[in-house]
Design a protein around this ligand. Structure first.
Ligand code: HMG
Length: 386
């Protein structure tokens, strides 16, 4: 019996910022952003969207009656949680009208936690035959205006439904992981922007990849040439390329194939930016949509979350993988976004919900997503379905 990802959905808000505009406003060479960082556009998240609404909008794309019947566990991976106590998964279960006889929890470890959720979901399905697990990876990447991290912001949600005999990716039991207490990136509970030691974080990312990949190849006797594509957590798309280059072999046939597949796997990420927990899985979606794949293609996936935790694991592409996601819907979502100026982006960035207990109603007229945040009342978020 195989277990893995049966379906995938994606949502990112309807505003987008062109990286050339941001570079010009900051007095930088646009080539630094487009080539040096590897980003063309960046999602801009309005106050009417948070991780719960983005998760609901992503899941809506794929949910059917069988899922409603069989989803037994909802794992909500995020580091942009809206409550220190109540899980985003509980709001999501209610908004999507999923069965109340399901478990719903939130899990956190920076960008890594969606991978933890997938691995836990795989073991859960072994123990609960016939059930399904909904894994959410939803985040808003915020560093602050005019900081070095500003150009690596973004946001969105990836929803994954796990099952036996999945349509997209069978996840193998082979994996290696590493956890080490490192202060490369963190966000104190009183802060809405991440604290980061940028260049150090990039070095830790690469060191973790080297560690888990070396351990993986030693343990399971795999070579890089065994893989049809290598996928990476993409805080910005150049980061993955840098990691990939550390393992490319001299054999140009293999090196060219993996580089070309990686370019397809970062296409959509280039237009969204970092979505923390969801970045690796948006990259998987991008590869599914644009890569050279067939039943049996072997994928290597490197997941990284600052703080820090890394994992290398593998999966096998299934024959019906193209039926498990809606390429046209995702492309349309990206194409139909409204471009914002740098001034509008800065205004949206500063426009946050009150944190002093006051009520505030949000203007939702600009946001046509099905699930939106209407404001805050009596210190409770007001979710609306349109
Ligand atoms: P920076 O210091 O402004 O940029 O910040 P830089 O000077 O290092 O330049 C970036 C690249 O652009 C360099 O390429 C330059 O050479 C190139 P590299 O040498 O690295 O290959 N460049 C140019 N290329 C073409 N034309 C030009 C040009 N000028 C320069 N004219 C930094 C960059 C990433 C440090 C910053 O944006 C930052 O701090 N970002 C946030 C941290 C981050 O994303 N870290 C990644 C690893 S940690 C991680 O992935 C976890 C995370 O997702 C969080 C979580 O787990 O929750 C972040």
């Amino acid at each position: 019996m195989t277990i893995g990802i049966d379906k995938m959905g994606f949502y990112t808000p309807h505003y987008v910022l062109d990286m050339t505009d941001l570079a010009n406003a900051r007095g930088d060479d646009p080539a630094k952003y487009h080539i040096g960082i590897g980003q063309s556009e960046m999602a801009v998240v309005p106050p009417t969207q948070d991780v719960v609404t983005m998760a609901a909008n992503a899941t809506e794309q794929i949910l059917d009656a069988t899922d409603r019947d069989q989803i037994d566990l909802i794992l909500f991976a995020t580091e942009s949680g809206i409550d220190n106590s109540k899980a985003g998964a509980v709001y999501l279960q209610h908004l999507l009208k999923l069965s109340e006889h399901s478990r719903a929890i939130e899990i956190k470890q920076a960008c890594y936690s969606a991978t933890a959720a997938l691995q836990l979901g795989k073991d859960y399905l072994k123990a609960h035959p016939g059930k399904r697990v909904l894994v959410i990876a939803a985040d808003i990447a915020r560093y602050g205006l005019e900081t070095a991290g500003e150009i690596t912001q973004g946001g969105g949600a990836v929803a994954m439904i796990m099952s036996e005999n999945p349509r997209i990716l069978a996840i193998s039991d082979e994996s290696t992981y590493l956890t080490r207490d490192v202060m490369d990136f963190w966000r104190p509970v009183y802060a809405t922007e991440a604290r980061v030691d940028g260049h150090y974080s990039a070095n830790v990312y690469t060191d973790f990849f080297t560690d888990v990949w070396t351990r993986f190849s030693d343990t399971y006797h795999h070579e890089i040439s065994d893989f049809d594509a290598m996928l990476f957590h993409l805080p910005f798309s150049k980061m993955g390329l840098k990691a990939l280059r550390t393992v490319l072999p001299e054999d140009q046939t293999v090196a060219d194939k993996l580089t070309s597949q990686f370019d397809q796997a970062r296409l959509w990420n280039r237009h969204v930016g970092n979505l923390y927990t969801g970045s690796l899985y948006l990259s998987l979606l991008s590869l599914l949509a644009h890569g050279d794949l067939h039943a049996g293609s072997q994928l290597g996936l490197f997941s990284y979350g600052s703080g820090a935790e890394g994992e290398f694991f593998t999966g096998t592409i299934q024959a019906d993988y193209q039926e498990g996601f809606d390429k046209a819907a995702i492309q349309t979502l990206l194409d139909k976004r409204t471009p914002v100026s740098v001034a509008e982006y800065e205004r949206i960035f500063k426009d946050s919900l009150p944190t002093n207990g006051q009520d505030r109603a949000l203007d939702i007229s600009h946001d046509s997503a099905k699930y939106v945040l209407g404001g805050i009342k009596n210190e409770q978020r007001q979710y609306l379905v349109q």
